[in-house]
Structures are given as C-alpha cells and as structure tokens.
Design a protein around this ligand. Structure first.
Ligand code: GLU
Length: 517
C-alpha cells in the first residue's frame, strides 16, 4: 500500500500553527514510507471563504519546508485538489448513499427545520427529519414537483458505533446521540462530511490525521464508510494544543498564525522541532535520570516518526520553550548561515512593511494611531535597511549570535553601530555607586586613555584595553565594572551590549571619541 496522507485546510484565513503540526505529521509519515503528502483545500462552505487564504496557506507550508507532492499548486493524478472545482464528483456518491439506505432526500423548509430542532433540543434528543421515513414514491413525487431539498445522512436507531482511533484509542458512540446532518446542500454543494468521504476515497488517502475537534464526527464517518462498503482508513485525531493559561491556544496571548512566527523571527526549523514534540514522543531510549532528547531535524524526525508514539494527552504551547528551541537553532548555525537567515528575514520585513502599515489618509478615524504606528515602523524599517546594506554585517552578527533568542531582537541590539545613542539615561542602577559629579572626569580620563590605544582599532589588544580601564577605576576608587559601564553607556547608550571590546573595535576610535565627549 502506498502511504498517502493529506492536510485538508478550509481556506477561512491564515494557516494556524496547529495546522503546521498536522501537516508535519502527515508529511513525516508519507516521507518515511516513500509516499505522498497531499494538500486538499476544503472550500465547500463558501460563506467562510477568505480570498487569498489558499495562497497564504500554501506559501506558509512551503516556508516550513512541508511542500505538498500533490495539491492546488502541484497537480498529481488525483486532482483537482480544491473541492469547489470537484463539485460534479459528489452527486453520484451521495445518490449511491441514498440508494443504499444511508441517506435520504429531505424537503423541510428552513422554518420547519428550526421548529423541529427546537423540540429535539428540548428533549435533548438528536435531530431526525420526518422525511427519513418517506417512501421512494413520495420522494419521487416531491422531486418531480421541483421542491427544494437537501440530502441528509440517515442514522440508525439504538446502535452502538465503535471505533479504534490511532491516538484516542477505543471509542464508543450511541447512534441516538448523532444528528442527521446534511450531506448535500440545496445549492448542490456537498458539506464537509460528504466531500471528505468522497475525496479521501478517490484520492486513495491511506491515513487521516486531523484535529481532535472532529471526534464527534467519527460515528457519522464510520456509518458513511460502512454504507459505501469502503474500508475506513486508519484515523489519528490529534491532541488539542493548549494555551498555558488554559483553554485553546489564544491569539490574545501571542502569535498563533504560522506566518506570524516567521515574521517575529523564529526559524522554521526551530518551530517544527517544537511542534514535533506537541503530541509525539521520541522512541529513543534514554538512561534513567537523563532527560529525553529534544532536538531533531526534520530528516531525523521523518526517520523516527511512527504513529504509535503519538500521545493522547493535550500538550501545552509553552512559548518560553519555543524561544529556547529557537535560540538552540540560532546557536547551531555558522556565522554565514546566521547572516543569510537574518538577511532573508530582514528583507522580507522590509518588503512587507509598506503594504501593512500604509496610512489610510482618506477620513480614517484611526489615521493618527496608524500614523504613529507607521512612524515607529518607519524607524524600524530604516534600521533594517541599514543593516541590510552593511557589508560588514556578519562581523556584527557574530557578536550577538550566542545571545539572541529570536531574529527580531537583533536590529535593536545592533542599532548603536549605525547611530549614536540619544537621551542616554545615566541614572541606571548599575551606576548608582558612582557619584554623578565624578562622571565628567571619569569620561574625560577614559577618552584620553582610548586615544592612547592608537587610531588603528584593529591593532588594539584586549589585555591592554582592559588593564587601562581597570587602572582608571582603581585610581578613582570605583569598581572595575563601573568603569566599563561608563564606557558602555557612553558608546552604546544601554547597560546591555554585545561584548564591549569587540564593539569598540568595530566602531573605531573616531566614533568612540565623538560619543564620549
Ligand atoms: N477542512 C477540515 C478543517 O479545516 C479538515 C478536517 C479533516 O482533516 O478531515 O478542519
């Protein structure tokens, strides 16, 4: 059997990070077995369609290196891969379901249906339509009279439906609790259940991975497969990714869209590694007392991935842990790779900035707010442009690589190389032991000392520089660290900086003197 997995997003907006995890598992299983990873766009609910989202979903998957073997952008032999382009396929199968007793024509008007639903709700019973018992003649007569209809799934009474899910294990459902939902709408569009059934079958999907939110649909799907006489593929209903504060992952507490993480400066490979472990445990043995290995490349994951290692318990989306992964991945890069990735990120930020922050001047009430945002953003973009134009960027990036957790921290931490700090706050607690009236004298002595090192900064020796600053501190009976801090504040404008000596060498004597005086 060829392994064929599918990710089946509905194009209702940006790709959610949970969708990247589903795709990752689909991708890994298909790659491991030399199969195919398919992306199928489920756009049968046209009311929820958001223009541009198909493109965005595909773009994001590619950015995460989860390229589809077949999908809207790559035709295989099973297309089209967008459900609204396959509409003519579904009718034949829904008619077969009707013929086999698994579905029926239903002629309820919207008001009749609403009334019925209300009464079923009051009885806490699952919805049934009276047309489930219509004779073929009655149905034929209504069809001949041109009455509007939907085709509904027929659910048997008093049946226990059992299913073994690859993640959730053995499950039991009572048919009496399952609604008779619509399969084909009055406009001829299939609903999710029908389209999924037909497409998974025609596309020869061998394994289904999807969100745990679809668990209530399992009995419907079991019955549909049974009626058609098709074998139901192994299904894996993936654990729900939880917000640390409880509940579903929330937009209000941080990024949730796949592309947002990349815009913030996470490396896709770090995010993938983090996602691998949200629902899967590595089978690698580890010594008692040792912690489980956590770093896996996509290739290693593909080799190790087995559905038996999927976890049922709901994982927590720990953003601190994600930062930890990102830092690990940044650290492991060579300087050249790091520079290339940073430039790529900065370039994308510059290119998208103009569109995203355009001020709407035509009577927009929020124009002032937007203008302010635009200014903040404009300053940021100007800095990014400076970084991108810097032929010596790698040397500077090298200074911060081991400290950076996320690419977006970099511009601010390197800004002092491009312009002198403004409005330096000397009242910081790191300098509270140094009397303010002593500062000018200390700065003057440091200035004289820096001049004594010579105009060629590349020839400066770290030991000489360090000894000189220490001597100034000793002479004035302040801590060595305080003397270095004075120099740092004057040159960088912040108590935090990349390694100071190397930064000074890059700035050069001239610039240091300007900033000290
Ligand atoms: N279109 C469904 C969704 O967006 C896919 C469910 C499935 O994978 O079967 O969640």
């Amino acid at each position: 059997m060829t392994v064929r997995t599918r990710f089946a997003p509905s194009p209702t907006g940006s790709l959610h990070i949970g969708g990247v995890r589903t795709s990752l598992y689909c991708f890994a299983l298909s790659r491991k077995h030399g199969g195919k990873f398919i992306v199928r766009i489920e756009d049968t609910d046209q009311k929820r369609f958001v223009p541009g989202s198909i493109e965005e979903i595909m773009y994001a998957l590619n950015k995460y290196s989860l390229e589809a073997d077949e999908g809207p952008e790559t035709q295989g032999g099973f297309g089209p891969y967008i459900q609204s382009e396959r509409l003519d396929l579904y009718r034949k199968y829904v008619e077969e379901l009707v013929a086999k007793g698994g579905a029926y024509y239903c002629f309820l008007t919207a008001e009749e249906e609403e009334q019925l639903r209300a009464s079923y709700r009051a009885d806490k019973a699952a919805f049934r339509s009276p047309y489930r018992n219509a004779t073929p003649e009655e149905t034929a007569a209504k069809l001949a009279a041109g009455e509007k209809y939907v085709i509904r799934q027929k659910i048997p009474e008093n049946e226990t439906i059992e299913f073994v899910d690859g993640v959730q294990g053995h499950m039991k459902f009572s048919s009496n609790e399952v609604d008779e939902g619509v399969l084909l709408k009055s406009d001829g569009f299939p609903t999710y259940h029908l389209a999924m059934l037909v497409d998974d079958h025609l596309m020869e999907i061998s394994h289904v991975f999807r969100d745990a939110t679809w668990i209530p649909s399992i009995p419907k799907h079991v019955l549909l497969y049974r009626t058609m006489g098709w074998e139901i593929p192994p299904m894996f209903h993936l654990s729900a990714i939880l917000d640390p504060a409880g509940g579903k992952l929330s937009k209000r507490r941080g990024a949730v869209a796949a592309m947002e993480f990349l815009r913030l400066g996470y490396l896709p490979e770090a995010v993938l590694n983090f996602l691998m472990l949200l629902g899967w445990s590595s089978p690698l043995p580890h010594e008692f007392g040792e912690s489980q290995r956590e770093i896996f490349s996509l290739q290693e994951f593909i080799e190790l991935f087995d559905t038996k290692d999927l976890n049922k318990s709901n994982p927590i989306f720990d953003r601190t842990k994600l930062l930890w992964f990102n830092q690990k991945y940044i650290n492991a890069l060579s300087v050249d790779e790091f520079t290339a990735k940073f430039k790529d990120w900065a370039q994308t930020a510059v290119e998208t900035a103009d569109q995203e922050f355009k001020v709407d001047e035509e009577g927009d009430e929020d124009a002032a707010v937007k203008a302010e945002q635009y200014d903040v953003n404009a300053a940021r973009i100007a800095l990014l442009r400076e970084l991108l134009a810097d032929s010596d960027l790698a040397t500077k990036l090298n200074l911060v690589q081991t400290r950076v957790k996320i690419l977006s921290e970099i511009p601010d931490s390197l800004a002092f190389f491009y312009s002198a700090p403004q409005n330096v706050d000397w009242g910081i607690k790191q300098l509270e032991k140094v009397p303010a009236d002593k500062l000018p004298e200390l700065k003057a002595e440091i200035t004289v000392f820096m001049v004594s090192l010579g105009a060629d900064a590349s020839a400066w020796k770290h030991e000489d520089w360090e000894a000189g600053i220490r001597a100034i501190a000793d002479k004035h009976e302040i801590k060595h660290g305080d003397a270095f801090m004075i120099l740092r504040m004057a040159v960088v404008g912040s108590p935090f900086s990349p390694p100071l000596f190397e930064s000074l060498q890059i700035l050069g004597l001239n610039e240091i003197l300007i900033r000290l005086t």
